[in-house]
Design a protein around this ligand. Structure first.
Ligand code: FMN
Length: 244
């Protein structure tokens, strides 16, 4: 059994697949989650925050630590320095997080965890987004050209989060939307959809990933690799000690 620290950042690509992989990993290993602020927002937009809470038992080393509740110094990432985890896995890892780690910046809960893991020689596995050209599903949005501006908008009335606003053409407030999809079948003009986006590769992302690889990080190519990669990773080098 591995004790896994799992960083989740605000990447829509591979997010659902990463949560699925987490469910598989959590069946055999202990998984403690560290979620960046953007990660929390994007998890909610895709309707995955509750699923994450369901997967995570919440017991010792199976907690969810949200950056939004972790102050500026992220005290719980300190566990990586005292041998509490066998590995840190960051999946998905946004371009932003990869770039920060490449430059040694540690000002989010996930980049901070990476910095401490590296200092403590705890193995770090990273699944970067946007490495391959791919189609990613965006959160739900109203297609303004298709919206009929109905006087009574059933999706608006039914949205449990009150996330749909306007009295003409409607719009969805993604800071409120929790991706439940209640609205989808209720729109008579099918104006609500999750747009597919084409993501093109950027050279800068490739270079940042190479910098991580050179520093000994394991770079994963796809979420399907996660369960085996976790099982294969040698355990951390720190003996357990008293504390957090
Ligand atoms: C719905 C949605 C999906 C996103 N998907 C990605 C993505 O796949 N890759 C990426 O690099 N950034 C993506 N972003 C942008 C990041 O969330 C943003 O750069 C954020 O600042 C990253 O912060 P973090 O790295 O601390 O999580 C997405 C944003 C939104 C709103």
């Amino acid at each position: 059994m591995r004790r896994v620290a799992w960083g989740i950042t605000g990447g829509g690509q591979y997010l659902a697949e990463s949560v699925r992989a987490m469910r598989e990993v959590a069946a055999q290993h202990r998984v403690c989650t560290f979620v960046s602020k953007a990660g929390e927002e994007v998890l909610r937009m895709y309707g995955l925050l509750e699923e994450l809470r369901e997967i995570s038992g919440g017991g010792y080393l199976e907690e969810i630590f949200l950056e939004s509740e972790s102050g500026r110094s992220f005290p719980m990432t300190g566990r990586l320095m005292i041998g509490r985890y066998d590995l840190l896995l960051i999946a998905p890892a946004t371009s932003n997080t990869v770039a920060k780690i490449a430059c040694g910046i540690s000002d989010t809960i996930v980049t901070n965890a990476a910095a401490l893991a590296e200092k403590a020689q705890v193995p770090v596995l990273v699944l970067p987004t946007d490495v391959r050209e791919a189609v990613t599903r965006a959160p739900y949005a109203v297609n303004r050209e298709m919206c009929n501006a109905c006087e009574i908008c059933p999706p608006q009335t039914a949205c449990p989060q009150g996330a749909i606003s306007g009295d003409g053409v409607r719009s969805i407030d993604l800071m409120r939307c929790d991706g439940c999809g209640t609205c989808l079948p209720l729109c008579s003009s099918s104006a609500i959809d999750a747009v597919r986006m084409n993501v093109r590769r950027r050279g800068i992302d490739q270079r940042n990933i190479e910098m991580l690889r050179e520093r000994g990080y394991t770079i994963l190519e796809s979420p399907e690799e996660i369960p085996e990669a976790v099982a294969k990773t040698a355990t951390g080098r720190h003996p357990p000690s008293a504390g957090a």
